[in-house]
Design a protein around this ligand. Structure first.
Ligand SMILES: [Zn+2]
Length: 151
């Protein structure tokens, strides 16, 4: 079911690419027409200030949209692509990091697909962000209940 997760990312990237292209076209319109005559084939980027600034803004907007897509995707369930909820801070205290371990936050999918481990302190020795899938948690619970009823 990771198809939904990657499909959601692809859809967001497609929308972001459309927005970036629209902003690019708007920026070219705002920059005005290129020079004519002897400079007609001269590259505008770097020699025409308004065009260069417009292109710089378009690139910044495009990378900003890309960053928003990546930041949003990080906190989504890897199975159903819903936003992860219920952040719970766990682990050690910031003042006792060496003794009690580094603090971290876990986010869960409310449909029981898994949890996301996010370290609160970024040390060279700390663990990276990682997703732990639960598989079919609800089906396992229902099967356990059926087994309990049989006994
Ligand atoms: Zn989920």
């Amino acid at each position: 079911m990771a198809v939904r997760y990657w499909g959601w990312l692809a859809a967001k990237l497609a929308v972001a690419a459309g927005l970036a292209y629209g902003f690019w076209c708007l920026a070219v319109d705002v920059a005005g027409p290129g020079p004519t005559g002897l400079l007609a084939n001269w590259p505008r980027f770097g020699s025409d200030l308004s065009y260069t600034v417009a292109m710089a803004l378009a690139v910044i907007v495009a990378f900003g949209l890309l960053w928003l897509c990546a930041a949003d995707q990080l906190y989504r369930c890897h199975t159903c692509a819903r936003r992860l909820k219920m952040p719970a801070s766990e682990g050690g205290n910031l003042s006792h990091t060496m003794l009690g371990g580094s603090p971290f936050t876990t986010y869960i999918c409310t449909y029981g697909h898994g949890k996301l481990y996010v370290p609160d302190v970024h040390l060279s020795s700390s663990r990276a962000i990682r997703w732990t899938g639960y598989g079919n948690l609800w089906e396992n619970l229902m099967e356990a209940e059926r087994e309990a009823v049989k006994k």
